[in-house]
Design a protein around this ligand. Sequence first.
Ligand SMILES: CCc1nc(N)nc(N)c1C#CCc1cc(OC)cc(-c2ccc3c(c2)OCO3)c1
Length: 197
Amino acid sequence: PPIVIIVAALLPELGIGYQGKLPWRLSKEIKYFRDVTTGNKRNAVVMGRNTWNSIPNKFRPLKGRLNVVLSRTFQNELVTPELYHANSFDSAIDWISKDKAHEIERIFVIGGGELYNTVINDSRTLHLLITEIKNNLGEEVPMDTFLKFPIYQQHQQLEWKKMDEDKLKKFVGEDIEISQNNIEGDYTYDFTLWERT
Ligand SMILES: CCc1nc(N)nc(N)c1C#CCc1cc(OC)cc(-c2ccc3c(c2)OCO3)c1
């Protein structure tokens, strides 16, 4: 199944976290994340162990999705029907691809920084769903984790192109309502789709 990175990042530095937490609480953004990763058919959400631990207990495993958690100390095993443990990204993808029981439509990589910065360079990753966040007051927001994505550089031979909103709507599915220029607290954010050229 295709691999999609889904992430919310603060422009321009592409900050995504601080001390293992999301630096913001954006309710419509969480709804978008839930709706897109849940979709209509069964999808997988792949995350690192720290991200798993940072999801509030009552929300994990993320419901309606096959949760795959990576840790170098894990054995590859199906812990429950909704939770698979793997000791590498490749062994997780291999298992998901072979596992007929689940018939996974899309594999969403949902964090954290270390996993994002590895998977962005994997040729099997064809799409990025980036929620571009801006701070309204232009103030410094404490961050310690950043995306190392080569997509905002000015040089021409960009390997990633931002798609228009119609393509985003088609990609996530027409029944998902996409509102742009969302303002919540000190933040304004837009949902974007990027394709590998
Ligand atoms: C939901 C934030 C998000 N947005 C986008 N666009 N992409 C993502 N990969 C994520 C994410 C994520 C993992 C994560 C991390 C986290 O703390 C670091 C908390 C959650 C989370 C997941 C579900 C929740 C919730 C928080 O509050 C209510 O329901 C989820």
